[in-house]
Each structure stands twice: as structure tokens, then as C-alpha cells.
Write a protein that binds this ligand. Structure first.
Ligand code: SF4
Ligand code: SF4
Length: 493
């Protein structure tokens, strides 16, 4: 029988150590230069003996180590028999999984108005074209009903209040939450807010109704205020911090969502350290900037610099045991060896109900004239829904050879649209980010397991339990964390 190398294997090397990484099985094997030499020499199918002989560099003798080596690579799928169907079966199974998607998240937008004018806000232009709309109580109920009708009962439903600034319409929020509790009391509810309009009354009300509050904050005042400003230009930090403190005092569960840009990069670690010490959030979210409709963003930073800052910050927070949403969407698939088929829940998992009684999937498209439909006639046969649902790197030929296919989920379709005019194209910013992160994960795993390659024949295959060392003190399966369904959305079975 003939063997060949798997086309899903990618080679990394650093400080004399070589790692073979299988991007579909999400497995790593570490060894010496022999691994790279073997893979370089396997240009056509051959027998195990021929491959082993090449490894020994001596046609007349085959060392037992060499046969062990080849068989181990076969066992873990780095090499395969030419007639093996295992990878193609896995691939078609993943492609089918990627096409199947149940809606389970609803973004409800009580108002398109916002009292802040954050300089990096990617929806500010498109929402200006959309105009100011305030949701009626009837639309809130109709949106919730539509979501209940079409969402899956087999997974946890989550409803998020989003804006604009949702707390500029507290009567809509209160009515909608009471209605949600009436129709599905198990539904998780999250409020995304800039925190500036929080009163003791609304804070107590959110605590009493088990609404998880996520406040947008980018660092200490001097950092935050560079971007997050009121309409007259003055920074919003003081108002936001006051709102956060009120929520904390009244017993709300609280997280912080940070947007990363030139105001907190470089220096992310110290901004995060400040936020953790000062506010003690249950979790942190790191959002990377989205492009404005003209293809730019005034707060954009160099992508490799941004990614390395995120990595350094992750190393810091994992020792503190703080969960970081967004980063975990990349890290968990690598650790758990489960492919992330999709990144953005808008690709089949999420509806957004807008204040004018239209329904779509991605907030950034509101006001562009694309991908929004009348709420009353919408159902799952909608063409736009089915177009978004199909977006997944595992279904794109150009992604199949990418090392980061297991961890990226395809990035942001809106940014792909801004860059290339098509939501199905690559979001090249997040592609770059995913590949840098993958390379770091490959070497962090080796460091965590204290791997050593001292002899050319040394070889290490990390056990699944060892991969978990990347988490350090973070309890990733803590069910009380917010947005857990959102965070794990798109991971394969
Ligand atoms: S496509 Fe997804 S990630 Fe991108 S802006 Fe829209 S909702 Fe956000
Ligand atoms: S990182 Fe980019 S190229 Fe690679 S799989 Fe993801 S979307 Fe495709």
C-alpha cells in the first residue's frame, strides 16, 4: 500500500523545533528537522519502507525509529494511505454541518439613536442614512414572536439589546424584557450599553430581571476618552464609570466590552489591568475594529501589532482567571480540537430586529439598503438568510489550504463586503489575525507542555488534556459567564 502526505498538514519551525499541524484534525506533532525533511521528500506516493529509508538517508538499512516515526505520522493522520477516505468524509461532514444552522440569537434594537459619537463606530455612517427610529412596543413583541417562531428550541436562546444606545428607550426595553420572560423564561438576556444613561431605577430593574449588562469601556479615562465622546466632543468615561458603579451596587452581573484601536494599542495590557482592578468584570470582550463604509477606520492599527498585543494580554489574563470573549473563539477550537465553522453568528444563527419593524442579520448593513426585510413576511426561506447561512470557510476552496481554517470561522462578512463588495469573500484583516494567532498557539502549546526536542528522533504528540494547559486559570466552561452560546456558536460537533 502506498502512503502520501496529507494536504492539510502545515509545517512550523522555531529554534530548531519543527511542528507539523493538521488543520482539519487540529493535531500537532513536534520533532526535529527530520519531520520537515520527511515531508519535503514525500513528493509522490510511496511505500512505508521507501519513506522510512529516506528518513534514514541510507538505502541499505531501515532504523526501527524510522518505522516508528512513519507509523506514528500515519496514526495521527499527518500521512495517509492513498486510498483512505477519512479526510474526505470528515470534510464533507463538516461542510454539511456548516450549512445547517438554527437561529438562536436575537438582537433587538429599541432605538437607532445614540448619545455618544465614538470615533471608530463602524455603523455611524450607515445608521445615519437609516435615520432615527424608535421601536414601538408592538414591534418589540412582533420581533420576539418572530424569533420564538423560528429559533431552535434545542439550544439556549439568547436575546441581546443593542443600539444605538438601548437605554435611551427604557420603556421599550422594560416592556420587551417582561414579554420575553412571559413567553420563554429560560431565555438569556444581555444588555449592550455605553453605560451613560444608567439610573439606580433601571439598574435595579435589570438586576431583578437577571439581565446581564455589558458596558463598553476601552481603558482608563485618558484612553477611553480619545474615542468614546459625547456629541460636543467631551469624553464619556466619567458617565460610563458612574453607570457601571450603579449597576454593581445594585447587584447586576457585569462584563466589559473593549474595542481595540490606536487609543489602546500599544498598551493594551495595562488598559486591561486597569479595568480588571477598578471594575472587576465577570468577563471581558475584545472587539477588533470594523471598517467604515469607505473602507477605512480612523482608529485602525497595524494588524500584527494588534494581534501580538492581544496575545500578550491573554497571557496576563489567563493567570488572573479572567475570561476573554472573542479571543476564546479562536483559542477554544485549537485546545478542544473542534473546528470553528463560523465566527459571526449572523451567518445563520442571529436575527436583528430594527426599530422600523425590519429584520436582518448584521447591524452594519442597516441603512445600506441590503439584507433587511419586512418583519411580518420574513421566514427561513428568505434568500438573504440562506445566503448568510452558507458563509463558512470550510465551504470555500481558497480556505481549504489555509492553516487557520479550524480557528478562524471566516471572519466578518461585513468587512469582506467593504473590502471586496461581497459578503462571501475573505475578510483579509481577520485572516491575517487568525494566522498569527495560530502560530502563537502552536508554540504556546509546546511551551505549556514543557516540550524538549534533544535528539533528532525525539517526537512529541500532546495529549488532549495537555492542550487545556493553554487556558491556565480560566474556567472556560463556567455556565454563569455571559454569551456562552454566542461565544461557542459555529464550533463543530
Ligand atoms: S458581519 Fe458579523 S462580525 Fe461583521 S459587523 Fe456584521 S455582525 Fe459584526
Ligand atoms: S483565515 Fe482567511 S483564508 Fe484562512 S480559512 Fe479563515 S477566512 Fe479562509
Amino acid at each position: 500500500m502506498l502512503i502520501e502526505k496529507s494536504p492539510f498538514v502545515h509545517i512550523f519551525s522555531s529554534s530548531g523545533v519543527v511542528c507539523l499541524y493538521h488543520s482539519l484534525y487540529v493535531t500537532n506533532i513536534y520533532g526535529s528537522h527530520l519531520l520537515a525533511e520527511l515531508f519535503g521528500s514525500l513528493r509522490f506516493p510511496q511505500t512505508i519502507e521507501q519513506a522510512a529509508r529516506r528518513l534514514c538517508k541510507n538505502e541499505s538499512c531501515i532504523r526501527p525509529e524510522s518505522l516508528y516515526y512513519i507509523n506514528l505520522l500515519l496514526k495521527h493522520g499527518f500521512l495517509r494511505y492513498t486510498d483512505s477516505q477519512e479526510e474526505s468524509h470528515l470534510l464533507s461532514n463538516l461542510q454539511q454541518q456548516a450549512q445547517y444552522s438554527d437561529p438562536r440569537f436575537l438582537y433587538l434594537v429599541p432605538t437607532s439613536a445614540c448619545n455618544l459619537r465614538c470615533k471608530y463606530c463602524h455603523i455611524i455612517d450607515t445608521w445615519a442614512a437609516y435615520g432615527h427610529h424608535h421601536m414601538s412596543l408592538e414591534t418589540a413583541e412582533a420581533g420576539i414572536n418572530k424569533f420564538m417562531e423560528h429559533s431552535s428550541t434545542s439550544c439556549q436562546r439568547e436575546i441581546m439589546f443593542y443600539g444605538g444606545e438601548p437605554l435611551l428607550a427604557p420603556e421599550v426595553v422594560k416592556h420587551a424584557v417582561s414579554y420575553i420572560r412571559k413567553v420563554d423564561n429560560t431565555c438569556r438576556i444581555t444588555m449592550f450599553t455605553n453605560g451613560t444613561n444608567i439610573t439606580p431605577d433601571i439598574a435595579k430593574w435589570m438586576a431583578d430581571n437577571d439581565v446581564f449588562v455589558i458596558v463598553s469601556m476601552d481603558g482608563p479615562a485618558e484612553v477611553h476618552n480619545q474615542m468614546r465622546c459625547h456629541a460636543d466632543g467631551h469624553g464619556g468615561f466619567e458617565d460610563t464609570a458612574r453607570g457601571y458603579d450603579i449597576c454593581k451596587k445594585t447587584g447586576c452581573r457585569l462584563g466589559i466590552s473593549m474595542v481595540l484601536g490606536r487609543h489602546n494599542i500599544p498598551g493594551l495590557k495595562s488598559a486591561v489591568e486597569y479595568l480588571i482592578n477598578r471594575f472587576e468584570p465577570v468577563d471581558l470582550g475584545f472587539s477588533t475594529l470594523h471598517l467604515h463604509k469607505n473602507g477605512e477606520n480612523p482608529a485602525m492599527v497595524d494588524v500584527p501589532l494588534l494581534t501580538h498585543e492581544m496575545i500578550d494580554t491573554f497571557k496576563f489574563i489567563r493567570e488572573k482567571g479572567v475570561y476573554a470573549e472573542h479571543l476564546f473563539r479562536r483559542i477554544r477550537p485549537f485546545v478542544e480540537q473542534q473546528i470553528r465553522l463560523k465566527d459571526c453568528p449572523s451567518c445563520g444563527g442571529k436575527f436583528l430586529v430594527a426599530p422600523d419593524s425590519s429584520i436582518g442579520f448584521c447591524e452594519a448593513f442597516l441603512g445600506t439598503g441590503r439584507y433587511y426585510y419586512p418583519l411580518d413576511s420574513f421566514d427561513l426561506s428568505n434568500d438573504g438568510y440562506n445566503e448568510w447561512k452558507g458563509i463558512a470557510p470550510i465551504r470555500r476552496d481558497e480556505c481549504l489550504r489555509c492553516p487557520a481554517i479550524a480557528i478562524c470561522g471566516g471572519g466578518c462578512p461585513y468587512d469582506a463586503w467593504v473590502q471586496h463588495g461581497n459578503i462571501n469573500n475573505l475578510d483579509t484583516i481577520r485572516c491575517q489575525q487568525a494566522n498569527i494567532l495560530l502560530e502563537w498557539l502552536v508554540w504556546d502549546l509546546f511551551e505549556q507542555i514543557k516540550g524538549e526536542i534533544n535528539d533528532p528522533w525525539d517526537i512529541i504528540v500532546p495529549e488532549p488534556a495537555q492542550r487545556q494547559m493553554i487556558y491556565s486559570k480560566i474556567a472556560v466552561n463556567n455556565k454563569s459567564l455571559p454569551l456562552q452560546g454566542y461565544s461557542t456558536y459555529g464550533e463543530s460537533n
